[in-house]
Design a protein around this ligand. Sequence first.
Ligand code: ATP
Ligand code: MG
Length: 356
Amino acid sequence: MNDAPTAAKERVLTGDTPTGSLHLGHYVGSIENRLAMQEAYECYFFVANLHALTTRAKDKEGIRADTIHIVKDWVACGIDPKKATLFIHSEVPAIAELTWYFAMLLGYGRLMKNPTIKDEIRVKGLGEEYSFGFLMYPVGQIADVLAFRPSFVPVGEDQVPHIEMTREVARRFNQYYCDVAGSVDDKDHEEAGGVFPVPEAKIGRVARLTGIDGTQKMSKSLNNAIYLNDPPKVVKKKCNKIFTGRGSMDDPPVLKGNTVLEYLDAFVEDREKLAELRAAYEKSEIGDGHLKKEAGEAINAKLEPLQERRTKISDDDVIDILKDGTRRANSTAEETLARAKEAASFGFFKREISFK
Ligand code: ATP
Ligand code: MG
């Protein structure tokens, strides 16, 4: 992948669902890439409040509160609203409209083969109880991305199947409506007259951070997360609970797939110290408790400056940031929608979106 920006800045798009505040998985999986990319790319980061309806449709206060929390978390992490456009999903209608067009370009069977969808249904215990809208959300996600015509989408590994479907739909749209030949390379779609680029996933430093349960991906919905906003005591407590894979203390230490080692690797900055800890653990000179304590300290050291910054951001600041960003986001998404409709021969009138 070529990360070097060209003269006209390439675009980046990604978002988080307000099903809770942000956690360490978000940080290493996607936020770090956003921080690096906001310097050189035209970045769009959004709170996917419409997607939160898939699993918490009745919880209107919760979705709203988490929308505010997430923006605070972003800014606390160093995402800069002057460099990146931060916006709210529900106020960008072009996305919902594109969802309709894209839904027609994706087979039902293809959608249900998406492993992320299957995993979510299983892991979140949705059984047969998911809404029709739950199946619409991956299509909506395709529209979230393509509305901004980005080159890159910084996400964790779990999102790769969604990005793969996004790429398929971009190609199909360009082929059906913009006369792009099937033989055209992904990177040349726009040059060949396509409305949409074929965007690439940009996976984080840690592709999939495990939760403190030691098995599932750390996730807002699985009660296994360490949140960016957790006080130091809570972080320590959660670290003490990490499942290291060891059945009893008489068993030898588990060296592969051990979540405490994963956290140390992700958060201990002093790499020499890390190597020493590892070596001592392998020889059973130190045990799980020692490593858990070290992990808690490393995580707290990482979170302290973030939490300090977070206290300075008010709810009103968040609304101002979102209003400003959503205006800009609409301008880009409306342009995309107009181009897509024109290509599909649905371009009857021009329109503008404005906020009071
Ligand atoms: P939910 O449980 O509601 O699905 P989530 O914790 O999976 O929430 P999302 O809002 O779905 O969070 O994901 C936001 C972004 O963070 C996505 O790019 C996703 O890939 C990334 N991400 C989430 N969890 C992890 C993780 N454990 N490791 C790496 N990246 C992650
Ligand atoms: Mg998720």
